[in-house]
Design a binder for this molecule. Structure first.
Ligand code: ATP
Ligand code: MG
Length: 422
């Protein structure tokens, strides 16, 4: 039985809903369909946060949605989703669906089940991952509808699997990474049975498709809560499967853990002008400690060759496992040694030619994190570095530069796989 919380009993107001999402919801409603705001947006609004994106669930079938919106594109091969576009913004609109019954289950590539059967709102809620992500906001009545116990769990601040975690995690192991990410982001506890199941099934994360896993690895840094997320990953055993070399390095060494958490904490508390960060920075932060330790083993004055070799040795397992782009690997081979040598530089004007490199912005952001994590280090404020970088780039716009020309509009966060479906 669904719990219904009426308009006067919850804090969601239409003024906090994206106007384009409201347009989609209203048009579906006017055409006679059920139309709900679903998933993360309802959770965030109930927590008083600003949602990152607004997803819509509806009884309308994909072709109905396409008939209603000229700006609509159907995507997805197995399950057709509608992307209703407003400029750069996409309102993901999906028909209510159910999980296929056990007899018809076929494992899709990467261990995700095929799920292409339309369903009822209740079935749609039950196929979602966590109770806090299974809430609906009905645009007809302005009620919040809860088929899964999400309202109570939001109040108790719990991340709890919908259904049996011993079934739901093996079914889609990436959900385990999502659980620790949500727990850290909202400072929630993971409900005990859900947590025990993560420990039990951590090894099955290997079954997920590589591209999807790499995307989820980058998402672990989202919402400026990476420190908590990686603490959970180490504790639950997920890190031993996702990044065994890092887990081995951190395990049994409180000092190394402390340094790693401080660096991730520095990344999380970066200045607001650096909102999105590139994969170079994320992986640089993650592997900085292992790299520094290995470099120490090369003696007191390592050569450039030692630095590059060490960086390659540290990063290779990750790149092999996730088949991450080679270009990223080569940037990091320069970036990690550069940080090591430049973190004591206090004047961007003396920074040298590396400031012209493609990876210079990543180096500056990483350097700032390293300096802030280690309180003793004096370095110029990040804003000064970013300004120096911009003025060099400005100067280079007027010069015929050969070789490594900095790209002015580099996308900060590259996506390597499909967006998880709402
Ligand atoms: P974020 O704010 O990080 O985007 P979100 O909850 O919106 O959080 P999305 O990845 O955008 O997360 O997914 C949207 C919704 O789709 C989720 O709230 C959840 O209901 C459902 N969902 C996403 N991934 C899965 C999954 N692997 N298994 C089941 N349901 C999922
Ligand atoms: Mg989302």
């Amino acid at each position: 039985m669904a719990v219904v919380r009426h308009r006067s009993e919850h804090c969601i107001s239409r003024t906090n809903i994206d106007p384009d999402a409201l347009t989609v919801l209203y048009r579906l409603k006017q055409a006679g369909f059920d139309a709900y705001l679903v998933g993360g947006a309802v959770r965030d609004l109930l927590l008083g946060l600003h949602p990152k994106d607004f997803d819509v669930g509806t009884s309308a079938h994909p072709r109905d949605i396409r008939n209603l919106f000229r700006n609509c594109f159907l995507v997805g091969r197995r399950f057709r989703l509608a992307h209703v576009r407003f400029g750069d913004k996409v309102i993901e609109t999906s028909t209510f669906r159910c999980e296929p019954d056990a007899g018809s289950i076929q494992m899709a590539e990467g261990g995700r089940h095929r799920d292409n059967t339309f369903g009822t709102p209740a079935e749609d809620a039950l196929r979602r991952d966590f109770t806090i992500n299974g809430l609906f906001y009905d645009i007809r009545s302005f009620d919040v509808i809860d088929y899964v116990g999400g309202l109570t769990d939001l109040e108790k601040r719990l991340v709890r699997c919908i259904g049996d975690p011993d079934v739901r995690f093996p079914e889609d192991p990436v959900r385990m990474m999502r659980a620790v990410r949500f727990a850290s982001r909202f400072k929630f506890q993971i409900e005990p049975a859900t947590y025990i199941a993560i420990e039990r099934h951590a090894g099955e994360i290997r079954k997920a498709a590589t591209a999807r896993l790499l995307e989820e690895v980058y998402r672990l840094f989202a919402a400026r809560s990476s420190e908590g997320t990686f603490r959970h990953l180490l504790q639950s055993g997920l890190m031993s499967v996702l990044m065994p070399e890092l887990a081995d390095f951190l395990e049994d060494s409180p000092e190394r853990q402390d340094a790693c958490w401080r660096l991730l904490g520095a990344l999380d508390s970066r200045p607001p002008e650096v909102d999105l960060v590139s994969p170079e920075v994320l992986l640089g932060v993650l592997y900085h400690g292992v790299y520094t330790q290995r470099l120490r083993e090369c003696g007191s004055e390592p050569s450039i060759h030692d630095c590059t070799e060490t960086a390659a040795g540290v990063l290779e397992p990750f790149f092999e496992r996730y088949q991450a782009p080679k270009r990223l690997f080569y940037s990091l081979l320069h970036l990690l040694p550069a940080i090591h040598h430049l973190v004591n530089e206090t004047d961007p004007e003396h920074a040298g030619r590396w400031m012209n490199q493609e990876w210079a912005r990543a180096a500056v952001v990483l350097m700032d994190c390293v300096a802030r994590a280690d309180h003793e280090r004096p370095t110029a404020p990040l804003s000064k570095w970013l300004m120096a970088l911009e003025s060099r780039r400005g100067a280079h716009d007027h010069l015929p530069v050969h070789g490594a020309h900095p790209r002015r509009h580099e996308p900060e966060q590259r996506r390597s796989g499909p967006r998880p479906r709402a």
